[in-house]
Structure formats: C-alpha cells, structure tokens
Design a protein around this ligand. Structure first.
Ligand code: SF4
Length: 371
C-alpha cells in the first residue's frame, strides 16, 4: 500500500534504531506530545527497542483525555434536556464525568448521537428546526478549523438552533507547562504533525529557545517516530536546541494560513482547564464575542458548573510524562476500558488505553513475579 507500508518498513526501522543507539552516548528522555504517536510507539514496541538509550515519555496530546471533568458534566447536563440532540464523536461517550457519562445519558433516553464532523451536526440542526442541536467541539488546533467553519456557516445561514460546547486546547502552552513543572524530565519533544499541518511550527521557536529544548515536528508512522527520535538525539548530542521538521510531506513552516484566519475570526485564546493537570494560561480556544450566541454553555446556563477531579486517577501525572500507566495502582484492575476511572483509559489516543491494549499481559506478569 503506497504511503503507509513504506513508513513501516522493518529494515529501515532497524537502521534508524541502530543509528539512535550508536549516536546516543548517554540516556535521553524524549516526550511524544500526541496520543496517536503514543499508540504507534506502544503498538510497535518502539520504546522497548530503544529502552537502553531513550526513555519515551507520553505527553498531554490526547484531546479526549484532557477534556476537564466539568465539561463532561456540562455535556451530560445539556444532553438530558428533552428538546436537545447532543452530538459528539464516539469516544467521548464513555468518558466518565463526576457522576455519569454520555453513554448512560443516551441509555436513559437522552438523544445523544455520534457524528463524524461538526458539519453533520449542523445538517441535523437544519433537519430538526424544533430541536436544539449541540456539538461537543473537542480537540487541539487540528479540529479547530472544521469547528470554526460550522459556527461560521451557522451564523451566515441564520441557523439559530445550533450551538457548540467548546473544549479546545492548544499544544504550545501544554509544552510550556511540562517544561516549567518542577518535576519535568523531558529533554526534547516530538511535536504532533497534524497540529502543525494547521498551525505551522513558527510558534515553537520561542519555546525551544527559552527552555533550550529540541522540538521536532513528527508524523505518526513507526519510521516517522524513529526518525524524529534520531533528529532529537542528534540535537541533544550536539548541544543544539532548534525546531526541525521530520513531517515535511505534510507540514509547512507557516501551516494552513486560510484555516488560521478562520480560527482567528471565530475563536479567541482563553485560559483552559486540562483534566488532571489544572488550568493553563492562554491554552485554549473559546468563542469570540461575535459568535457568543452559539456558545452552548451560555445557551443552557451551565457555564458556572465546577467539580473536583477524582483523586484515585493519576492521569494528570501520566499526561505530563511523570508516570507510566502501569504505575497507576488502578491500571487493569479497578480501571479497564469497560470500567474506566479516567479518560486516558477510554480514548483511542489515551496512554492508559494503549498500554491496556498492547501491554497489560506484561503488567500482570510483572505483578505476578513480585509475589
Ligand atoms: S489506569 Fe485508569 S485510573 Fe489509572 S491513570 Fe489511567 S485512567 Fe486514570
């Protein structure tokens, strides 16, 4: 298959792994920001192959995982209203809120529907003028253009029964939060390629310079990850701290400028809470004042709802690369994909889900051997 198989070539992967092991003269810790990259790393055991030289830390780049508890509660609250069709991507349905999840709301009669884009939700609003249609607008910069377009078109077409529950977060402030934490262990970053497809990578340069840290924009296939790690190692070994682009087949320096313009019209940068991490300044998008009428939090009066995080789930430490999923006492026992305590066990991009899918037998074996 063209454009996939060539990025999974075993021989080339071994060449990259050999180069990394040869060129790394000491152990280095590198964080992959994106949960999609985490799944590739765990699925293909890239962390195991490199473990004598490189520690791969899993970062906060899973949008479902970082959506705060209170936004899940707000979603559930809105979705229980009898006149509402609540639209979401499928993996948000099982994310636990403080007392329920969207799947349960649906099972109890709430009109919760899985859609594949915000434009599907907008179409539903047009087809159901007597209902309020709400779209759960979750994601990083990658999904922001499509969400912005849905709101923009709703306004242009005068569709008043459509609104969005916005939970947009931004990558550069999350990287800064990781770097400025007192327990930070990360010495270089693999930045998420799809985010940079939209935003470019200029905005990473100030971070790289301020914290003297290499940042390599990286794709999602095994060879992408291995090449990204090698580029980080070469910078670290040579004392360089620059922004480089491994994912040149998709990413340009300044990104997709028309998409950025649309985002700039519909959204504004605001502080955002990250699940398990807390509030990070200027780390998300909210609707701009001109589009406030499409804000579901305001429309349904749930803006002031706040709740405490679950203390048993250590997803915050997992998302900052401080701990691995198997270090969580609940992993694979009290917390499984069928009975998740945290979003990182539910999401397709969640680190706990990746370890559960590919490594849980090793975790059980390790526990057994300690007895
Ligand atoms: S295993 Fe479950 S409880 Fe532990 S950090 Fe992951 S999601 Fe949270």
């Amino acid at each position: 298959m063209k454009f996939v198989d060539e990025y999974r070539d075993r021989e080339k992967a071994e060449q990259y792994a050999r180069a990394i092991r040869t060129e790394a003269t000491r152990p280095w810790s590198i964080m992959e920001v994106c949960g999609g990259q985490t799944h590739t790393i765990v699925k293909y055991a890239i962390d195991e192959i490199l473990r004598d030289k490189i520690t791969l830390l899993h970062g906060p780049g899973c949008p479902v995982c970082v959506t705060p508890l209170e936004l899940i509660d707000k979603a559930c609250e809105i979705a229980t209203r009898p006149d509402v069709i609540f639209c979401s991507y499928g993996d948000m349905l099982r994310v636990p809120g403080s007392h329920t999840d969207l799947f349960t709301v649906k099972a109890r009669g709430g009109d919760v529907r899985i859609v594949y884009s915000p434009m599907n939700a907008l179409e539903l609003a047009k087809a159901n003028p007597t209902k309020q249609v709400v779209f759960f607008a979750v994601g990083f910069e990658t999904t922001a253009p499509a969400n912005a377009m849905a709101v923009f078109q709703a306004k242009q077409q005068g569709i008043s029964n459509f609104s969005v529950l916005v939970s947009h977060v931004l990558v550069p402030p999350a990287i800064e939060a990781v770097l400025s934490a007192p327990d930070n262990r990360t010495q270089a970053f693999l930045a998420a390629g799809h985010v940079c497809t939209v935003m470019g990578y200029e905005e990473y340069r100030p971070l790289s310079e301020k914290y003297r840290v290499p940042i390599v924009v990286t794709g999602f296939e095994p060879l992408d990850i291995l090449q990204g790690v090698l580029m980080c190692v070469r910078q670290l070994e040579n004392g360089r701290a620059e922004v480089e682009n491994q994912y040149a087949r998709s990413v340009r320096e300044f990104g997709n400028v028309p998409a950025q313009d649309l985002i700039g019209q519909v959204f504004r940068v605001i502080p955002r809470k990250w699940r398990g991490v807390g509030e990070i300044p200027q780390s998300g998008f909210g609707l701009a004042a001109e589009f406030a009428e499409y804000d579901a939090e305001l429309r349904f009066g749930v803006a002031d709802l706040t709740v405490e995080e679950d203390r048993e789930c250590i997803a915050g430490e997992v998302l900052r690369g401080v701990k691995k999923p198997q270090e969580c006492p609940a992993f694979g026992g009290r917390c499984t994909p069928d009975h998740p305590l945290g979003a990182t066990m539910v999401s397709n991009e969640g680190a706990c889900a990746a370890y559960y899918q590919y490594r849980r037998h090793e975790a059980k074996a390790a526990v057994g051997s300690e007895r």
